[in-house]
Ligand binder design. Structure first.
Ligand code: DAH
Length: 367
């Protein structure tokens, strides 16, 4: 019969010496496993006379619980040790400054897009979307431009044949403006509506300030008792926030759009010299956007009763905003994919536009 005291000492020493969970398990198996030393002793008890059997049973049970307690202790220690090592390995120093060598740049169009969404988002507008390929109903008819309406000619439209119809009225268009999203929004939800719809638009035109594909943001607000005063207040707040100025002179000139009545164009005050354009001061005016009260026919086309609801709308050229805000002279360069241009006029991806953290972050890398 083994000396229980020295057996205990050996087993406990083996447990204490285990440096990882694998060694710990080896020690456990060697003592309490199927063929472990303690297990063997228990098996051997059967051959003992009754008196000794009882005594030995007690002793072995005590020994077994002591070993189990030691095992449990050691396992907790090892688990904690392992966790601490893992935490130490995976430590992240959150005080380290962000690496500034990011190569990519955010295109000015994307930047303006972000800025406009940040400003109107703060005012409670949702972002709505519509397809680039539109039917004529949404691009024209529903916007109070029936077939042969003269305003259709103003838009240098790209038409796309309809495979299922020879009728010209059934051909599709690549949308000439973001205004069709007004109709799609009215079709899909009930007032109150407060959305902006940024996106790509297309017209057959090409010079320093026009490209066949360009970008617009549409705005639409529909509710009960909406007036021109809401339009003016909203757009005034927008231009101030956008140009990051506390004050900016604005004026509204009467204009014409088929889908609004009355219609206006909004100008902002500026100073034009031979070499510079300074926004927010001076005696010159710069046209910035088109706007107006949503025409009753447009509300009807969108399934909204004009006797119950009114609204205002506006449309802004995103590329034009980018040219003005960041002093980029030629629109065509926007779409040439020249990395040197992008490096100069682009923005670091780490500068987010927000109303609290800063819109343009002082012009990003362009300045
Ligand atoms: N859709 C017009 C265009 O592309 C811009 C516009 C003007 C949109 C007035 C509007 C608006 O919503 O009210 O030229």
């Amino acid at each position: 019969m083994e000396d229980l005291e020295s057996l205990k000492a050996e087993v406990l020493a083996a447990i204490a010496a285990a440096q990882d969970l694998k060694a710990w398990d080896d020690a456990r198996v060697a003592a309490l496993g199927k063929k472990g030393r303690v297990t063997e002793l228990m098996k051997g008890m059967g051959a003992l006379p009754v008196e000794q059997k009882i005594e030995m049973g007690k002793k072995l049970n005590v020994l077994k619980s002591e070993i189990e307690a030691a095992l449990e202790n050691r396992r907790n220690e090892l688990a904690e040790k392992e966790l601490n090592e893992k935490l130490a390995r995976e430590t992240i120093d959150v005080t380290l400054p962000v690496r500034d060598e990011v190569q990519g740049r955010i295109h000015p169009v994307s930047k303006i897009y972000e800025e406009v969404v940040a400003i109107f988002g703060e005012m409670g507008f949702d972002v709505a979307e519509g397809p680039d390929i539109e039917d004529q109903f949404h691009n024209f008819n529903a916007l109070n431009m029936p077939a042969n309406h003269p305003a259709r000619q103003m838009q240098d439209t790209f038409y796309i044949p309809n495979r299922n119809s020879d009728d010209f009225d059934d051909s599709y268009v690549v949308r000439t403006h973001t205004s069709p999203v007004q109709i799609r929004t009215m079709e899909s939800r009930r007032p109150p509506i407060r959305i902006i719809a940024p996106g790509r638009t297309y017209r057959s035109d090409y010079d320093a300030t026009h490209t066949p594909m360009f970008h617009q943001v549409e705005g639409l607000v529909i509710d009960k008792n909406i007036t021109m005063a809401h339009l003016k207040g909203c757009l005034y707040d927008f231009v101030k926030a956008f140009f990051e100025l506390d004050e900016i002179p604005v004026r509204y000139r009467p204009s014409y759009f088929p889908f609004t009545e009355p219609s206006a164009e909004m100008d902002i005050g500026c100073l034009k010299t031979k070499t510079e354009l300074k926004i927010g001061a001076g005696t010159d005016w710069l046209e910035i956007l088109g706007c107006g009260m949503v025409h009753p026919n447009v509300l009807r086309a969108g399934g909204i009763d004009p006797d119950e609801y009114q609204g205002f709308a506006f449309g802004v050229g995103i590329d034009r905003l980018a040219m003005l805000k960041y002093g980029i002279p030629d629109l065509r360069t926007f779409f040439e994919s020249d990395v040197r241009w992008l490096k100069h006029y682009g923005f670091t991806p780490l500068d987010f536009s927000s109303m609290t953290g800063g819109l343009s972050n002082n012009g990003g890398s362009a300045r």
